[in-house]
Design a protein around this ligand. Sequence first.
Ligand code: CA
Length: 531
Amino acid sequence: MDVLRSSHRRRTPQSQPADTRQRRNSANGYTFALDDLGRLRRFLTLGVDGGTYYTTARDLARDNAAVVARLAETDPQGLVTTIVETSTRGTAPRQNPALFALAYAASLPQTSQRALTALPHVARTGTHLFLFAGYVEQFRGWGRGLRRAVGGWYLDKDPDAVAYQAVKYRQRDGWSHRDLLRLAHPQTTSPELKDTFDWIVRGSLGEHVPALIEGFIQAQQATDPATWAQLVHRYRLSWEMLPDAALGQAQGWDALLDTGIPQTALMRQLPRLTRLGLLPDLGGRTEEISAQLTDPDRLRRGRVHPVNVLVAQRTYASGRSARGAGTWTPTRKVVDALDAAFYQAFGTVEPSGKRTLLALDVSGSMGTPISGRPLTAREASTALALVQLATEPSATAVGFTTGRGKNWHDSALKPLAISPRQRLDDALRVVDAMPMSGTDCALPMLYATKNKIKVDTFVLYTDNETWAGTIHPHQALLEYRRQTGLPARLTVVGLTATEFTIADPTDPGMLDIIGFDATIPSLITDFARSN
Ligand code: CA
């Protein structure tokens, strides 16, 4: 045999590199790698809770911390700017990764000053500040710069805003405002601010204490529903400011609904409101709550992340809480409203009009949870595919994995029977029921080639841990282009915070984007449309 014949350029098994830039992924296949900024974005958006199928959360956290450290050396400004942008745009369902990265950057000499200046932009609530305080202690002590930055977080707010933070976000992970004010010791000449600090640190009630603090104290001391309702109206108290006894009463919640519950808090409280009888099938507060849930302005202003709507929808529709023993009978109108809110959370997506093959990696590794939410990568990609199906008139969806046992190199690709007309939790069940096996990310392109399906855009939802195929995915795309003459594109939606991607970074017809993010559907259609 001519050994030169075995050195293929167009067809390389995924167990071997097809390109010198490729690296071995966690499944022992070879894939391209993202640069550090790309990897940072994945980390900030997706987090590391739950790890991946191949990597523990701890190892993934360590790898991503190393990315932060490298960027502090090579691109300190890019590092801090990316943290601030990801956080303020609401692209991540949770703020923990951004606060972690900022805390680490605040401990590195190249980025410390920039990171501390950015603190109020990333830590926007008391809870964020407590999380930051916890993370920052992992990396550094409470030097002067850090104390000044935390003190500044309080000093730059007006007294009412500090009072609001103090009574709404009281503590988290062992941190309280009292702890932070004692460490930072901010000095002020404003009598209102000084009395607010004194109340937080010592519990003393000076004459300049903001009214909200008085309202909070009265609510904590009250014992009857009528008084709580009155106080909620007078001081516009939020639910976090009421004692537990008040939260078990319909009257208190009625008042809270009158003054308005922010969108994300409302979604979380739906089971409780249902149990208390406020959301019956007919009457009650059902109509107005359903309208609020789907209100596009409220969704946008509240920076409501689609992942959190999806989790709320599935939890609510299931009628029982993920953690505790709580159960309720879901109200159909509310379930429908959460369904609609999920699609609304992406804003308006302009269809590209292109022939689009949505291909979901349903292999075993996609069964791991993403973003620390009770949602698998499989389920997240199903939900994203539904948004694309609702947007794109010529789109169709398939699920792909390899065959089982000794047929591991065969294709088990199947059309997916999901539709945006289905309820979200039903569509998720369809994909959950599919068999999972090995991973070959070339399968969608091979399927389209073999069946002569005309495709302008392939969209693959995957963790990029491809290993089983006899040809690399980017080679399969080139082969598809050659055989059909169509300049087909490939968008890869990465669903884990690793460095791997099957997209060739130098091919302008291939794009790697981060799932799960409210901007994904628009990014996909923009790329499909662009020249
Ligand atoms: Ca896999």
